[in-house]
Design a protein around this ligand. Structure first.
Ligand code: GLY
Length: 366
């Protein structure tokens, strides 16, 4: 069992990583059950596998779980679903002293966190992330959002959970593709500022993707520690520190937009290709040795993650992809900051990137 703390003054909170923690959830969550109840939001995929474990954990606890199960998928991050959820909470008599529990992946976590931010002007929430991507990234750090017709995650708030409970065993039922996509975000922490961890990933990726419990737990703990540290330094992405977590996301966003944010290319896959492109572009600009970019590409290929436009199944001109980037929410003052690298473990924020040059690079990188 490992406990990690996100240090944010009065908004600080613990993250528990423990194989089997879901089955012991009543012990971990009882302090949040004011009025002897918790409001659980989940989706119909996760709910059928993991909700019974949560319900069993609370069976003898004297705490009621009031559950709403939403349709699985990105479409649930909508105004309409948010309204359904908040109406349901109000109809159940939710109070500000109550706590919502997000049992699911990033969609459930983002929607629940945002509902918790606004219902009755804010109640508490805890995260029980059930995908690798949610465990190592989206459940930590308090970014909550729904999508708008203009783009993804454009309506939301920073709202920190009170507790994050991570059970690596729940990943046993995660489809292989989702596990690999989440692994891209694990690799990201090595590429950002930890070359030793990247080398560890190279040596241990097979065990992680084979769901070896020790390797998986180590990957999760290391990633969560790295994220907790960065979020503690720059909660609201103001100093440039938290922006490092967006490595691969600007190129990746363009690929996701081109594939319609669909199952053709899921978020973690887009981030994988985006990171390889960010390293390739860093070589073009003279920041990074070609051997480092090749090492990144080779590692992503070795775990069957996309590493360029072809392997991401994207056929589009560089200009078209740059047009997608212009709608990225990271646009600031008419320009787009890019995460580039001086090498593995040495990512930096570049604010002087010429988008015509990016378009030319993408035409060559296809
Ligand atoms: N996923 C990027 C962040 O939480 O800042």
């Amino acid at each position: 069992m490992t406990q990690i703390r996100v240090e944010l003054g009065e908004h600080s909170y613990p993250i528990l990583v423990q194989p089997g923690a879901l089955a012991r959830a009543a012990t971990h969550l009882q302090e949040f059950a004011s009025n002897n109840r918790l409001f659980v939001l989940t989706d119909n995929h996760v709910g059928s596998n993991l909700l019974p474990i949560l319900q069993h954990a609370f069976a003898e606890s004297g705490i009621d779980l009031i559950v709403s199960s939403l349709p699985a998928g990105e479409a649930s991050k909508s105004w309409q679903r948010l309204e359904t959820v908040t109406d349901w909470l109000l109809a159940q008599g939710v109070e500000r002293s109550d706590t919502l529990v997000a049992l699911g992946g990033g969609v459930i976590g983002d929607l629940t966190g945002f509902a918790a931010a606004i219902v009755k002007r804010g109640c508490g929430f805890v995260q029980i992330p059930t995908s690798l991507l949610a465990q190592v990234d989206s459940s930590v750090g308090g970014k909550t959002a729904i999508n708008s017709s203009v783009g993804k995650n454009l309506i939301g708030s920073f709202n920190q959970p009170r507790f994050v409970l991570i059970d690596p065993l729940v990943l046993n039922s995660l489809p292989d593709r989702e596990l690999r996509a989440g692994y891209a975000e694990v690799v990201k922490y090595g590429l950002i500022n930890d070359a030793v961890f990247f080398a560890w990933c190279e040596a241990n990726s097979k065990q992680i993707l084979d769901r070896d419990p020790d390797a998986l737990s180590e990957a999760i703990v290391h990633s969560v520690r790295a994220k907790a540290l960065i979020v503690g330094e720059d909660e609201k992405e103001l100093s440039g520190r938290r922006a490092l977590l967006n490595l691969g996301h600007t190129f990746g966003h363009a690929l996701e937009a081109e594939t319609g944010f669909s199952d053709k290319l899921v978020h973690g896959e887009a981030v994988a290709a985006g990171m390889a492109l960010a390293f390739g572009y860093s070589v073009r600009r003279g920041h990074c040795d070609a051997e480092d970019a090749e090492r990144v590409r080779a590692h992503l290929e070795s775990v069957d993650l996309p590493y360029n436009l072809t392997t991401a199944s994207v056929r589009a001109s560089g200009q078209r992809l740059v047009d997608h980037m212009m709608h990225d929410k990271k646009m600031s003052g008419g320009s787009l900051p890019f995460l580039l690298a001086n090498g593995i473990g040495h990512t930096f924020l570049a604010k002087d990137v010429d988008l015509e040059d990016v378009a030319a690079f993408l035409d060559e990188a296809a």
